[in-house]
Design a binder for this molecule. Structure first.
Ligand SMILES: Cc1cc2nc3c(=O)[nH]c(=O)nc-3n(C[C@H](O)[C@H](O)[C@H](O)COP(=O)(O)OP(=O)(O)OC[C@H]3O[C@@H](n4cnc5c(N)ncnc54)[C@H](O)[C@@H]3O)c2cc1C
Length: 477
């Protein structure tokens, strides 16, 4: 099938929609569960906290940020008493349900970093590359069985105007036939393979394995232990964390609660939870796999403001996610938001437009998760209560790799160290908060409409997006 391209007022997904019957068929047998969690199998349960206890470091949150922080605290000081408190199960939230793209970028892409921190971008790029290398070393050193593959990722242009974003004048630019020789989709007009800056993991296995390694290093992990309040009686001395089963009194605290409400009220307006949706196919047959190629098993992403990301699993399924990003009034994180039939139908249709040769394939799983969007689209860092409580959040859908770097920043800051990391303007400066409701909802909806309009007219940004760019809240693709 050849798909006509047009500079136009429609996107490829509208010009070449899949047959609705094929979309219904593809989704009919899917279950609403996270494939990665099913695939990772049961993790050993950790007990809930049932008595008061003391710690040198208490970590709130059992996603990657909390796990890397707790683990690295023990690697830095094996004698320290480190306690991790998780409200539900380790890795159940974003860390167990993401795309598994481990990106070197700490700034959610170079364009976003260049726009905000032009003077330190060389340093940020180097630190990002070193961070990915260090994750690879940790995976090997700790024997983390998480399907780590340093395949790189391919950016693909699926609209004429996106080709110039791939910088055709620079070496490595792939014409349509060259990118299609790597991964065969009739939607591809051009591409660029970033060979070193992306690895792929099985995300739930990474969380499970980090918890294992942390426990082996002596971190005391408590699940089913939501922290309901944080308090400190004096300007120095310990910080108290209340849970239903007991209290932890800690010299230092890491807050790693991502899209969930921060225990420190001052950060509650700094993120909005935005829902991202994912489909997983059944394993491809040898013939289906041959029809796509994809021998290099790279991650793939297209370039629009509203973009898709996709990749293979160890058993040759295709994960296909992205495009819709849904914010619900009131900043709430709720399981009910994870089911959205119109979004799953849209994703299935876009999948079949991307790979029409797979018509007849079925999706086995569909799920969604909350992304902690910040107004600068990458993490911010807080240090409070006289340097006793360190926070990072706002990874905006690119936290698999960046949480490892953030954990080092948090530990440096809690130790009172001045390092290359802590001196970064990106670390020292806070982004603008989002406004309270009803303005947050109205603003996010208006921005999404503006991004959609930009995608419909050659990527050109309208007045709202240009105004947001000007105050440092612009969306970059
Ligand atoms: C669908 C989807 C796809 C994504 N794809 C990618 C990708 O391909 N690449 C990428 O880099 N990033 C991706 N991301 C983002 C990435 O998953 C996150 O940035 C990363 O997992 C954040 O880790 P975390 O530890 O900060 O948060 P989480 O994994 O959300 O962990 C936070 C934990 O804190 C716990 N918690 C909250 N409040 C409390 C409390 N009061 N007491 C105790 N515990 C508490 C929660 O229960 C939760 O377990 C994606 C996210 C989603 C949702």
């Amino acid at each position: 099938m050849r798909i006509p391209s047009s500079p136009a007022t429609s996107t490829i997904w509208e010009r070449s929609p899949a047959d609705p019957a094929a979309v219904e068929h593809a989704l009919a047998a899917s279950v609403h569960r996270v494939f990665w969690l099913d695939d990772a199998g049961d993790a050993p349960a950790h007990p809930a906290l049932t008595a008061d206890t003391r710690a040198d470091l208490a970590v709130v949150g059992g996603g990657y940020l909390g796990l890397w922080s707790a683990m690295q605290a023990k690697q830095r000081d094996p004698g320290a008493r480190v306690v991790l408190l998780e409200a539900k199960r380790v890795g159940w939230a974003a860390s167990g349900r993401n795309g598994g793209f481990v990106e070197a970028s700490l700034t959610h892409g170079d364009a976003n970093g260049e726009a905000r921190w032009p003077d330190e971008m060389d340093t940020l790029r180097r630190l990002g590359d070193e961070n990915l290398d260090e994750i690879e070393r940790q995976v090997a050193r700790l024997g983390l069985d998480c399907g780590f593959e340093r395949t790189g990722s391919i950016d693909v242009a699926v609209e004429e105007h996106e080709k110039e974003w791939l910088e055709p004048q620079l070496p490595g630019y792939l014409e349509a036939d060259q990118v299609r020789a790597l991964v065969d989709s009739p939607t591809y007009l051009a591409g660029r393979w970033h060979r070193d800056s992306t690895a792929l993991v099985q995300p739930a296995k990474l969380a499970k394995e980090l918890a294992r390694a942390a426990a082996e290093l002596g971190v005391e992990v408590f699940e089913g232990s939501p922290v309901t309040a944080l308090s400190a009686e004096r300007r120095t001395g310990p910080v108290a964390l209340a849970t239903p089963g007991g209290r932890v009194t800690a010299r230092r605290v890491v807050l790693a609660t991502n899209a969930f409400p921060s225990l420190l009220a001052r950060y509650r307006l700094h993120t909005v939870p935005v829902y991202d949706y994912v489909l997983m196919t059944e394993p491809l047959s040898a013939e289906q796999k041959r029809s796509i190629g994809w021998e290099g098993r790279q991650g793939v992403a297209d370039l629009a403001n509203q973009f898709h990301y996709y990749r293979l699993t160890a058993d040759d399924r295709i994960l296909f996610g992205g495009y819709d990003a849904i914010y619900h009034y009131g900043r709430r994180v709720r399981a009910a938001y994870e089911e959205r039939p119109e979004t799953f139908r849209k994703l299935a249709s876009h999948f079949l437009t991307t790979f029409p040769q797979l018509e007849g394939i079925r999706f086995s799983h569909r799920w969604a998760g909350a992304i902690d969007t910040s107004s600068r689209f990458c993490a911010f860092f807080g240090l409070d209560l006289g340097g006793r409580v360190a926070t990072a959040a706002g990874f905006t859908g690119l936290g698999v790799g960046a949480t490892h770097f953030a954990a080092q920043v948090l530990l440096d800051r809690l130790a009172g160290l001045a390092t290359e990391r802590t001196e970064l303007e990106m670390v020292r400066r806070m982004p603008l908060p989002f406004p309270p409701e009803p303005f947050a909802f109205a603003g996010v909806q208006a921005t999404r409409r503006a991004m959609d309009r930009a995608d419909h007219r050659g990527g050109r940004r309208g007045m709202l997006l240009r105004a947001l760019d000007a105050v440092g809240m612009g969306f970059d693709s």
